[in-house]
Design a protein. Structure first.
Length: 265
């Protein structure tokens, strides 16, 4: 196949995949925000269960990773800032980096590993066992029953996890600042708060919300596209993780660019 045909086919496949994600996300959003007002039942119990799994279940690992990332960031920032006699700027560097970028991104990667893969495995197993077909036979809409609760849970819990990750990252940076950079906890927290503006925090939370939507859409899409056989469930789970990380990085780039352009004006 000629190179141009390969590129064209890949482009068409990519656009079709993004269209499928948009259609799935739109269906889930309609089931959450529109269907209840049309007399259709929304399974809030399933959404609460998903929220507990996505949010509360991820707190320990998110806290640990964010704390160490904050400490590592402080060490690296101090290494460079010491050359310019600006060691007091460590708190500023950690606070801004965590809230704008590292907090949302590290949280998204943790959620992909825990929940995005689980979504693909759950729906993929149901697809292999023909449970999806059985649901459609019983007039149950798979998107409304399976995807919508995950959609709502991720929409709410990923920003909450990100806010907690920001706090733990700043705490990790504070540990380094207090031990080696001459800060006290009071001066470090004060310097971090002085460095932050509402825009920094909102930028991270908006990114986190978009990451949650992407992770849900990719995980569920891969689950629904699972082929026959248990081996295909593993393939779908792997594809969900790889594609989710790629899509999250692309969304991060797009929104970072948008925030930069709007801030410049």
């Amino acid at each position: 196949m000629p190179f141009t045909e390969t590129i064209g086919a890949a482009t068409i496949d990519g656009l079709a995949y993004i269209g499928g994600l948009a259609r799935l996300t739109g269906g889930a959003a309609r089931a959450v925000f529109v269907a209840p007002f049309q007399g259709k039942k929304f399974h809030f119990g399933r959404a609460v269960h998903q929220a507990m799994s996505v949010g509360v279940g991820a707190l320990p690992i998110t806290s640990l990773i964010s704390f160490f990332v904050g400490a590592i960031l402080a060490v690296n920032a101090a290494y460079e800032l010491r050359k310019f006699g600006a060691l007091h700027m460590v708190a500023n560097a950690v606070a801004v980096s965590m809230t704008r970028e590292l907090g949302p991104l590290m949280t998204a990667i943790v959620v992909i590993g825990r929940s995005g893969s689980a979504f693909a495995a759950e729906i993929g197993t149901m697809k292999v066992n023909e449970e999806i077909d059985a649901m459609e036979t019983m007039a149950l809409e798979p998107v409304q029953f399976l995807v919508a609760p995950k959609f709502l849970a991720m929409l709410l819990m990923v920003p909450c996890l990100t806010a907690w990750a920001d706090f733990m990252g700043i705490l990790g940076g504070g540990m380094f600042g207090v031990i080696t950079a001459g800060f006290t906890w009071g001066t470090y927290i004060s310097a971090s708060l002085d460095a932050l503006v509402i825009r920094d925090i909102m930028t991270g939370l908006i990114k986190a919300m978009m990451f949650g939507l992407v992770i849900t859409a990719v995980g569920c899409q891969e689950g629904f596209s699972t082929g026959l056989g248990s081996e295909q469930v593993g393939r779908s789970t792997t594809e969900a993780v790889v594609k989710s990380i790629f899509m999250v990085v692309m969304v991060d780039l797009i929104f970072t660019t948008l925030f930069y352009i709007t801030a410049a004006h």
